[in-house]
Structure formats: structure tokens, C-alpha cells
Design a protein around this ligand. Sequence first.
Ligand SMILES: *Cc1c(COP(=O)(O)O)cnc(C)c1O
Length: 235
Amino acid sequence: MITENLAKIKATLPAGVCLVAVSKFHPAEMIAEAYQAGQRIFGESRENELRQKVEALPADIEWHFIGHLQSNKVKYIAPFVSLIHSIDTEKLLDEVDRQAVRFSAERKERLGTDTIDVLLQLHVAQEETKSGFTPTELVELLSANEVAKRWPHVRLRGLMGMASFVDDSDQWRREFRTIVQCQKDLLEGPLKAQKITSEQFSVLSFGMSEDYPVAIEEGSNMVRVGTAIFGPRNY
Ligand SMILES: *Cc1c(COP(=O)(O)O)cnc(C)c1O
């Protein structure tokens, strides 16, 4: 079923849209099946679960961390993580930079780079439980700090967001547009001033099983799809 689901989804993705297969709460065997079908990018949201899966699965998988990340857990994923989607505080960014230095040798060996790629998470949904910066906070953060000096071991690759948990595609669209607009504002404002280009700050990670077709229409170039590939999760 996983193979068929993947094929179906991939057939609908335009060129340039990256598929992150969200495998949280599913066993390594299911990830292995998706791997056999050619999928190489997987998203996980819990640090301990991710570490176990990294041990059990092929080394050429690109692991993305997509869940809420506590600062004291960064050290556990820093040796191998390819992209952290969920940077939601300045303090967390500081810690990722620190751990990139600490695990520089491991990262060079495993990934060929010691910098850590990250996305800044935007809070666009109505639910207070979701985390992330507001667009204004991000403009302020990047205006107040020179990225290359303050976080030299981190690469800011773009933005991530999650739409509200509602059955209303017009609301999803409004929230997705806030993310796209924020990318524009940052690129034309504080990032431009620091010579960070749209090629570098290019990733727009939004869209999940329910809303990824709408997300792509609104400009997403990285969708995080779990249920539509692996089926429902048993929490
Ligand atoms: C679980 C999760 C997803 C995938 O959700 P599905 O609805 O199963 O596709 C995407 N992004 C984040 C941040 C998640 O936590």
C-alpha cells in the first residue's frame, strides 16, 4: 500500500516540489518499504524515536526534523539531521549553531557539510498550541542580527508553517499566503541587506496530507505528508 500511495502522490507533484515522507509513530519496516520504493527523505517529530530509526535504516536517508524541538535535545540529532523545519525561538537557533560546531567532524563525514540547514517556523494557524514566530518577530530577529556572524554554522534555508486544523480551504489559503508574503518581506528587507538571496532562502515547507494540493497551488515547494502515505498513526 505504501508503494502505491507514494506513486500516486508523486505523480501529482509538480517538478520542484520536494516530498518529505512523515514517518513518525510508524515502525522502521514501513519506512524501509517506502525506501524500497525510492523515497529518501523522511520527517520525524520526536528525537528519541528518530535516533532509533537512524540506527536501523540505510545511511543515505535524509532525515528531517519537523516537530517541536527542545533546546536540550538538539545535541542528539545534530550528528545526522539534514534539515530542521521547526526553529521557533532565537534560543533554539543559538543551540543548533553550538551543536553544529560540536558535531562538525561527524557531520562532515556523514553529510559532507558541517553547517546545519534550518527553516524558521511561522505561527499562522489559529490554534495557540502550535508554535512559531509571527512574521513581525522574524523581521525583527533578522534585522537585529547579522546571520553570518551570529549563527555562522547554520544555514537559513526558508520558512515552515502549518495551517489551522479546520476543514476550510479558504482559511488554509490565507494562512499559506502569510508564509509566502513573509518570505518576500524577509528577502526584500533584512535578508537582502545581508546578501542572503532567494536561492539560499528558497524553501517553503507547508502542506500535509489534507491540504498539500492547496499548499502547492499557493507556492509550497516542500510538502510533509504522513497519513496519505503510511495510513493513520496509532498514538
Ligand atoms: C505529523 C506532521 C505532518 C504530517 O501530517 P499528515 O496529516 O499525517 O500528513 C506534517 N508536518 C508536521 C509538522 C507534523 O507534525
